[in-house]
Design a protein around this ligand. Structure first.
Ligand code: GDP
Length: 717
């Protein structure tokens, strides 16, 4: 036995998964017929189970591609119930469904999922039924033709269904035209459609249902095919269960037995009327008519087998051509480089880790220290502004520093106290929390930039997971790190020791900071100068604002002294000389030039001989002192942030990637992940197509060889 049909059906499903183009199609049997012609009943009789959607509301809305796979029931289990099941290949999660009621429900749901405004869809539902009781066949059930259009089945739907059928009854498919015996064949839309594409009926089988509804001689006349000849002929069937079915159903609770009952009834019917149909043992000289579901099955198997066999060479050539094209594309586009979803995932993870590692240099100790130093230096300038630059006695301090006769011990305790306040403002400014947050924010930004870059733009799910777990690591470490840092800088809140070297570098840093601050103020001032229209105008404006402020101050004093007086409030100054915006600029410029004067004064102090002497002159040079404090704080913080946060994070992150991305995905998820990337998807698709075509071609060639071997022997016999 060649088992040609079986093997070609397998090949057909592989080809369908590769390509939907007509060139690669192996023949299938397409079932067409008008609504209620008995299409479903015939299909169910062939399968031996009730499994198709039923109902008034046009339940077949999508083609059902039914693949029947004959399984020889092995000897051991032949006495027990044979294993019959259905599989929906596009929904692998449903597995093998052994209940035909479940199959029916699933099909109904899939059909009803087609939106009403669309009515029919040409997206087929694939269903494979394996059983020892079915032949190897592929059948396609299509929505029934609508005879009369009505309110709920408009003309448009009629045309839509016709077009869908038209698409399927093309070569090389075999057409199963279902007509009811009690309706004139002349009115059969199925026969009409098939005649258009197959005028001689070389690939059309007529099935005449409801033979029990007409007189046997009429039925016999119909299936003899005299009036509407078909080369492949007609088969008459009776597929309806006995009328007691409703009762039986409720008693037995099993639908399966109903089809058995139907088969029995059909046998009885044709047995009783054997003389009209040329039943067993009676040949009567006339040609024997084809009747019964059993005969129909055989007929379908024979026709499909010979059609498959005839297609063998053609399809082999077509596959060969497709394969050559696919192999060429694979060579050209990918230089024959094979990939797997697994290798892609592994490479992606490796690249991610490598990228992460590159970035970690941004978090080396010196890098972190300089970031923290910058943060603390800013804070230091704020404190200086708050305590010294706004203090009108500060110029006095500068003068004192110039006086060599005054030693630090002679200095007014006002200045000593001020220095202590400044230092404690700095050490107690929440450095643990802020420095940890600064570094953690940096890490977060790093992870976010990795997660939003290629290839993670294609993998939003994975990107989200990376962000999520890295943030979780940070959250877990942050509180601890902040406490640890705060704890370690605690001694500086009480006492700060520094040597000459530290002092010198602190003084230099402070000097640099002052230079920056001075040039920042200069820049702002020159911006205002430009806006106002040159230095002469600016001088005038500043003078005006200074007068204005003096006048305002004087008035305020007068008011405070004598609140009840009602003296004239108009300023003595020319109020119309400058616009309000210019007045604002003038006030800023006044502030800036005062600030600049002070900063320059302090800059000179910082450069003075006194400040170069060493840390015991701290009260004269608070700027240098605070710079050293900031440096110490930055150094200590970095050390502990490094141990508690960075090292932990750098250790955990790559491991989390492994456990949450690499090892956490099952095969299916890995395939899904890889396919999220369009480049990879295309690569995999082409590769898979080539592989499948190769596999199919091998099978086809071995079938061709078998056929060649078989034929001469057949002729000899
Ligand atoms: P479909 O719409 O073409 O799928 O038709 P169905 O298979 O649902 O059948 C339509 C109606 O005809 C149902 O009520 C069936 O019970 C009935 N029917 C189908 N085959 C036969 C038959 O051979 N004899 C009789 N008397 N009724 C049948």
């Amino acid at each position: 036995l060649l088992q040609l049909t079986k093997k070609l059906i397998e090949i057909r499903s592989v080809l369908l998964s590769v390509d939907q183009s007509d060139a690669l199609k192996l023949p299938s049997i397409v079932v067409i017929g008008s609504q209620s012609s008995g299409k479903s009943s015939v299909l169910e009789a062939i399968v031996g189970h009730e499994f198709l959607p039923k109902g008034d509301n046009m339940v077949t809305r999508r083609p059902i591609e039914l693949t029947l796979v004959h399984k020889s029931s092995n000897a051991a289990s032949s006495s027990s119930t044979p294993e019959e099941y259905g599989v929906f290949p596009s929904m692998p999660h449903l597995g093998k469904i052994t209940s035909f009621a479940t199959i029916q429900r699933t099909l109904t749901e899939l059909n009803l999922a087609v939106p009403p405004e669309q009515a029919v869809s040409d997206d087929p539902i694939q269903l494979q039924i394996s059983s020892p009781n079915v032949p190897d066949l592929t059948l396609i059930d299509l929505p029934g033709y609508i005879q009369l259009s009505s309110m709920d089945q408009p003309e448009q739907l009629k045309t839509k269904i016709s077009a869908l059928c038209e698409k399927y009854i093309r070569e090389p498919n075999i057409i199963l035209a279902v007509c009811a015996a009690d309706v004139d064949l002349a009115n059969s839309p199925a026969l009409r459609a098939s005649r258009r594409v197959d005028p001689l009926g070389t690939r059309t089988i007529g099935v005449v249902t409801k033979m029990d509804l007409v007189k046997p001689e009429i039925g016999a006349q119909i299936i003899s095919g005299d009036r509407y000849p078909l080369h492949l002929g007609y088969v008459g069937v009776v597929c309806k269960a006995p009328p007691t079915s409703g009762v039986l159903k409720s008693i037995m609770g099993e639908k399966e037995n109903l089809t058995q009952a139907a088969v029995k009834r059909e046998e009885e019917f044709f047995g009783e009327n054997a003389k009209y149909f040329g039943g067993k043992g009676r040949l009567g000289g006339e040609k024997r008519l084809l009747v019964g579901t059993h005969t129909l099955r055989r007929r379908l198997m024979d026709v499909l087998e010979s059609s498959m066999s005839a297609s063998l060479h053609g399809i082999t050539n077509a596959v060969q051509l497709e394969l050559e094209e696919a192999a060429y594309q694979f060579k050209v586009q990918y230089n024959d480089r094979r990939i797997t979803s697994e290798s892609y995932v592994a490479e992606t993870v490796d690249a991610l880790k490598a990228r992460f590692k590159d970035y970690t240099s941004q978090f080396s100790k010196p890098a972190v220290r300089s970031k923290l130093k910058a943060m603390l230096d800013d804070r230091l300038m704020d404190i200086l502004e708050q305590l010294y630059w706004t203090d009108s006695r500060t110029p006095e301090l500068t003068k004192l520093a110039d006086d060599r006769r005054i030693s630090p011990e002679d200095l007014d305790s006002y200045w000593k106290y001020k220095l202590e306040t400044a230092s404690s403002l700095l050490t107690k400014s929440g450095i643990g929390r802020d420095s940890t947050a600064l570094v953690a924010d940096g890490l977060r930004g790093l992870i976010d930039s990795i997660a939003t870059g290629e290839p993670f733009t294609f993998h939003p799910g994975a990107a989200e997971r990376i962000v999520e777990f890295s943030h979780a690591i940070l959250r877990e470490r942050m509180g601890l790190t902040a406490d640890q840092v705060e704890n370690c800088i605690k001694p500086y809140k009480y006492e700060i020791e520094m040597d000459d070297r530290e002092w010198a570098s602190g003084r230099e840093r402070a000097e640099k900071k002052f230079e920056e601050e001075i040039s920042r103020c200069d820049l702002k001032l020159s911006e205002i100068r430009k806006r106002v229209g040159g230095s002469r105008r600016l001088n005038g404006l500043v003078g005006h604002v200074a007068d204005l402020e003096k006048w305002e101050e004087a008035r305020l004093k007068r008011r405070l002294a004598m609140p009840m007086t009602t003296e004239d409030d108009t300023p003595i100054l020319d109020a119309y000389k400058y616009s309000p915006a210019q007045i604002v600029d003038g006030r800023h410029a006044l502030l800036l030039s005062n600030r600049l004067a002070l900063l320059k004064l302090r800059q000179t102090a910082l450069k003075s001989r006194r400040c170069r002497l060493g840390p015991d002159q701290a009260a004269f040079c608070p700027e240098a002192f605070l710079a050293v404090v900031a440096d110490k704080l930055a150094y200590t913080s970095t050390m502990f942030i490094n141990i508690e946060l960075l090292e932990q994070f750098f250790y955990q992150f790559p491991r989390e990637i492994d456990s949450r991305i690499l090892y956490d995905l099952n095969r299916e998820q890995i395939a899904k992940f890889a396919r999220e990337n369009p480049k990879i998807r295309h690569h995999l698709d082409l590769q898979e197509r080539k592989d499948k075509l190769e596999q199919v071609l091998r099978s086809l060639q071995s079938l061709v060889n078998l056929q060649n071997d078989q034929q001469p022997r057949g002729r000899r016999e």
